[in-house]
Design a protein around this ligand. Structure first.
Ligand code: FMN
Length: 439
């Protein structure tokens, strides 16, 4: 039976025949290996040391997001890398989401005092040090054992917000413990509304700032790279994929040496005595409801009574509906090109959406941001801030928390430098006067 772990993964839950990675991930193999204390403590420490040294070597050679992507391919086994890097069908939307930024060019002003550039701004009422928010991405522990904790720590340290995914491998409470910054929680409209209420209660208790409802996954996009590598639950790994685990011994050993892989936010929903990942996957899959509509979204806005963003807005009409039901922000997004291939890039929609919604909601651009200059173009066209997904995952894959911190520092430095070169010193000065569509 084909089912879904989350809208991001197609899985063959019931085949049950393929041991391999599913067992590794669901700990059937990992647990016995761990109980044998496969790595004695001193070897475990040595492994972490070597891993940190390799990470530092790669990070020192990463001068932009594209460099980090290359090093992530070097550090992370192919099935995980392609799950992170890939998109739907021919990946046209993924490519255009990046290349469409080149459709806009800057009109800089000179002889302006740019000795002090301030990148700080606010998003849904919370101050952030620069206009880049970390998008929700499920199962981050696939890329580095520290997973969402590393991402949350790096975001807080850099002074910005992180949106934890429902299908994170660390829980709402664990993330709250390590992240003092303004946190968001991303969720879907689940069949069981008590589950949605439970998430909201936990977020309130853990002092999350905002909720982010993802709406662009009524069904799953077709990710062909995952079919080729055999990534899924359970996986159908190709020989090449298996080999790749052996070619990435640091990742593989660290994975086995780490905590068991969990869908931490729903772990308590497993039947007693059955904490296998596939059971949880089954549970989460059963919760996706392809019949949800705007009434369900409106119900959630009403229940939360706090800052609320709707992610997956890909048309002017939906942006207006989101404003009508009382959302505080719309996130223009095509899910990183992982859902409907051929959907418009967010940057190409931005000006029209901003013109339609005006000041009723904040507009956040998500998808394809790889440079500080992309962020400035988005702000000039009306965005309040941008979200990034893959860029920080590349950093996570290369060097855990240090890797995420590295990518955030690079983007912030690029924003600062480009603001000075553009002739602006504060975020609110970045207006449409500074960009035009290429002629
Ligand atoms: C590996 C991966 C997992 C993702 N998981 C989620 C998720 O759980 N929920 C969600 O709303 N979006 C998810 N997304 C989409 C991101 O939030 C974001 O929209 C996208 O990555 C932005 O495009 P970019 O990668 O070009 O920055 C995921 C993206 C990736 C790459």
């Amino acid at each position: 039976m084909l089912s879904r772990l989350k809208p991001d993964i197609t899985i063959d839950i019931k085949s049950g025949l393929h041991a391999g990675l599913a067992d590794l991930l669901s700990c059937r193999l990992g647990r016995p290996l761990r109980s044998l204390r496969m790595l004695p403590p001193f070897l475990s420490r040595l492994l972490s040391r070597i891993d940190a040294m390799v990470a530092a070597w790669c990070l020192a050679r990463s001068h932009n997001v594209a460099d980090l992507r290359r090093w992530a391919r070097f550090r992370v086994p192919a099935p995980m890398f392609h799950f992170m890097d890939g998109a739907a069908d021919d990946e046209v939307t993924l490519a255009r989401s990046q290349s469409d930024f080149a459709r806009y060019e800057f009109l800089p002003r000179y002889l302006v005092d740019v000795s002090n550039v301030d990148t700080s701004t606010t998003i849904m009422g919370a101050p952030i040090d620069f206009p880049v928010v970390l998008a929700p991405t499920g199962m981050s522990r696939l890329f580095n054992n520290a997973g969402e904790l590393a991402v949350a720590r790096a975001a807080a340290e850099a002074g910005t917000s992180y949106a934890l995914s429902t299908v994170g491998t660390y829980s709402i409470e664990q993330v709250a413990e390590v992240c003092s910054g303004p946190k968001w929680f991303q969720l879907y409209v689940f069949r069981d509304r008590t589950l949605v209420n439970e998430f909201m209660d936990r977020c309130r208790a853990a002092r999350f700032h905002a909720l982010c409802l993802t709406i662009d996954v009524p069904i799953v996009g077709n990710r062909e790279r995952d079919l080729r590598t055999g990534f899924g639950f359970p996986p159908q790994l190709s020989v090449a994929s298996w080999l790749d685990f052996f070619l990435h011994p640091l990742w593989s050993l660290k994975y086995l040496d780490g905590e068991p892989f969990q869908l931490a936010n729903v772990a308590h929903k497993a039947p007693p005595g059955d904490a296998e990942l596939t059971t949880l996957v089954d549970y989460v899959s059963s919760q996706y409801d392809p019949s949800v509509d705007w009434d369900a979204a409106a119900w959630m806005v009403e229940q939360w009574q706090g800052p609320f963003a709707i992610k997956g807005i890909a048309s002017v009409e939906d942006a207006l509906r989101a404003a009508d039901i009382g959302a505080n922000a719309v996130i223009l997004s095509n899910h990183g090109g992982r859902q409907l291939d051929g959907a418009a890039s967010s940057i190409s929609l931005l000006a029209d959406v901003k013109q339609a919604v005006g000041e009723r909601v904040e507009v956040i651009l998500d998808g394809g941001v790889r440079r500080g200059s992309d962020v400035i173009k988005a702000l000039a066209l009306g965005a309040q801030a941008c979200m990034i997904g893959r860029p920080y995952l590349f950093g996570l894959g290369v060097g855990g928390e240090a890797g995420v911190a590295h990518v955030l520092a690079l983007l912030r430095a690029e924003i600062e430098r480009d603001m000075a070169l553009l002739g602006v010193t504060r975020i609110e000065q970045i207006t449409s006067d500074y960009v035009r569509e290429r002629r």
